[in-house]
Ligand binder design. Sequence first.
Ligand SMILES: [Zn+2]
Length: 425
Amino acid sequence: MIYDVVIKNTEILDKNDGETYQIGIRNGRIAYIGKDPVIGKETIDGSHHLAVSGFVNAHTHVAMTLFRSYADDMALMDWLQNRIWPMEDNLTNDAVYWGSLLGIAEMIRTGTTCFADMYFFMDATARAAAESGIRAVLSRGITGPSLEEGRSRIAENTELFRNWNGHEEGRITVMYGPHAPYTCSPELLKAIAEEAGREGAEIHMHLSETAGEVKNCQNQFGKTPIALACDTGLMERGLLAAHCVYVNEEDLALMAKNHVRVAHNPQSNLKLASGVAPVSSMLEKGLVVGLGTDGASSNNNLDMLEEIRLAAMLAKVKTGNPKTVPAKEAVAMGTIQGAQALGLPRMGAIREGWKADLALYDMQEPHWFPRNDRYSLLAYAADSHDVDTVLVDGRILFRNREFTTLDIEKVCFEASRCAEKLKNH
Ligand SMILES: [Zn+2]
């Protein structure tokens, strides 16, 4: 058997045993893991490296890299209403395309192989994902105080779904993206749930991000955002809920009953002073919890290793228990639980028959010694710039710290040009 790609003599995080293995990849899948010598059309030397399943960024707005370092240290509503939304009014296809490529480059470079996005001009993000080779789950961010205002945006999401869902051999999938309970009327949420049902699509939405959002929702509609999402039919479609910082016991029960998957965004929640999500309670209830960076202007990077580390540490502070969310569980949230949160099967671990989405970490830096436990090393000591090789669907996107599908100098130049133009609009 000749494999498409062979990774030789690499350690594998999932084994965590200090042994080295050969990985054979064929047709985008991990076809062989073992000790026997194997032959590939292409060979990567994995000596002194740790193979880790690619990180899954379960919630972001990738083109918001355009607003990085533009508006910091503000409260969510002030930040949105006075800085971000006016800039977003000026967005163009061109800007979103280059902003998406910039974010995608940053993600590939830091070992992320898949992201879930919600934004505008999503055709541009889809093109960027298709060209770069990264895996993506895309949704059109739908807002509208009235149903009329929201209808054209629902239609755009449907167009996105029909044009892109399952494309690039399944590498790109599409969800519907109602923005939040404070930007969508209940009638609009119902209409989105119905349309998603007709198309057979799932939902990606911000829910219960701040205490103020929950209070306003209760005052206005007499229920929590989670209950509102349930009552408008969104949970019946399969719901990826970003944030869920303020959820009570009834909310958690409702989420568990309806198999809601959570995208926990620790760094964004800290920077906007939104709070700390009760992740250990969610995990105790059996909820799937993935990790996200949120947009680059409330983070301000797309580095999933930082989210893994923060998720582990914040859960400990929140509960006062250092045993909460141990290293292995935090890594699972950044990988296999993220894949489950996005509804993507056979992804998020290095196993035979699973998708060949993985990163190689160079373990020769001092912070990788001594090597008692590789989950601990990755979660608490590694640097995302230890990543020197990244594959998605068995295709090499980053090798010896060089991009194979992107002209990174051009991407940085064009994204900066677009950001400058938006500011001076
Ligand atoms: Zn968000």
